[in-house]
Design a protein around this ligand. Structure first.
Ligand code: UTP
Length: 286
């Protein structure tokens, strides 16, 4: 089934990255030379998404500027014959009218952010991508779209038992290859209460019933309106699948995850690999 629309919740405060995120959105932090949000938008576009809905907040205008023309910059690059750089800044433009921005007004949680996009979504399944979950290798959303039939779907990965309290954790039912039927979902359980070690990461395909639940505004873990709670409420009413994606995920919402992502993505770049590799080896041996 084709997924035409995607929501990018970018309304969070990014407190773990202060002071960098005081005036700059966390989603604009670069991994090598590209902001996190651009990786997410490119992943969605590659999976066939045509409409891009950003749920923003205060201090997020850099994201709007990033996906718009920068006439002055483009003129300078043109005049100086910097055609490669010009292509780079023009490539990320999307078709006029295909990008929209909604203000979340208060960072009341991921579920609340998603609900703020309800009027742009209408009554069709929609993808949700969290830019701070960065995936190296096979794009996870493409794998999900290929496997999606109906209902709700989340990307899942195995975490160590002591990490369950940082994630939504599923109760798996049947497993068939990378696809798992989900019969339960709980937000941030303590290790002794976790039903499995299969954690939800920031890629979702959600059906319209989730918005109906979000509209009720129930607060969950941390006093926030949680997307996982709304998804859990749909179990038994709509199909629910987890997909074990094949790429490598980096948690760029945490400092160590962000640093690892920069290293891993830089090591993939032919022009950076040899020197970085050499430097890393020197650091480790010293
Ligand atoms: P996080 O909880 O990781 O982001 O939410 P945060 O709150 O910005 O970061 P910290 O914990 O304070 O450092 C995951 C994603 O959900 C979005 C964030 O922008 C991020 O992309 N989000 C979160 C919203 O859009 N609105 C919210 O109210 C909360």
């Amino acid at each position: 089934m084709k997924i035409r629309k995607a929501i990018f919740p970018v309304g969070g405060l990014g407190t773990r990255f202060l002071p960098a995120t005081k005036a700059m959105p966390k989603e604009m932090l670069p991994v090598v030379d590209k902001p996190l949000i651009q990786y997410a938008v490119e992943e969605a576009a590659a999976a066939g998404v045509e409409e891009f809905i950003f749920v923003t907040g205060r201090n997020k205008s850099a994201i709007e500027d990033h996906f718009d023309h920068s006439t002055e910059l483009e003129n300078v690059l043109q005049a100086k014959g910097k055609s490669e750089a010009l292509i780079t800044v023009q490539q990320m433009m999307r078709e006029p009218g295909s990008v929209s921005y909604v203000r979340q007004q208060e960072p009341a949680g991921l579920g609340h952010a998603v609900w703020c996009a309800r009027n742009q979504v209408g009554s069709e399944p929609v993808a949700v991508l969290l830019a701070d979950d960065l995936i190296l290798g096979t794009p996870a959303l493409q794998e999900m779209v290929d496997a999606y039939r109906d209902g709700n779907m989340v990307a899942v990965m195995e975490v160590s038992p002591e990490e369950t309290s940082s994630y939504g954790i599923i109760t798996p039912d049947h497993e068939k290859g990378p696809l798992i039927t989900v019969k339960g979902l709980i937000e941030k359980p303590a290790p002794e209460k976790a039903p499995s070690n299969l954690a939800v990461v920031g890629r979702y395909i959600i059906e319209p019933g989730v918005f109906t639940n979000l509209a009720e505004g129930h607060k969950g873990a941390g006093g926030e309106i949680q997307l996982t709670d709304a998804l859990a409420s749909r179990i038994g009413k709509a199909a629910f699948a987890g997909l074990k994606f094949s790429g490598q995920r980096y948690d760029c919402g945490s400092k160590i995850g962000f640093i690892k992502a920069n290293m891993a993505f830089a090591l993939q770049r032919p022009e950076l690999r040899a020197e970085l590799h050499k430097w890393l080896a020197e650091q480790i041996s010293s």
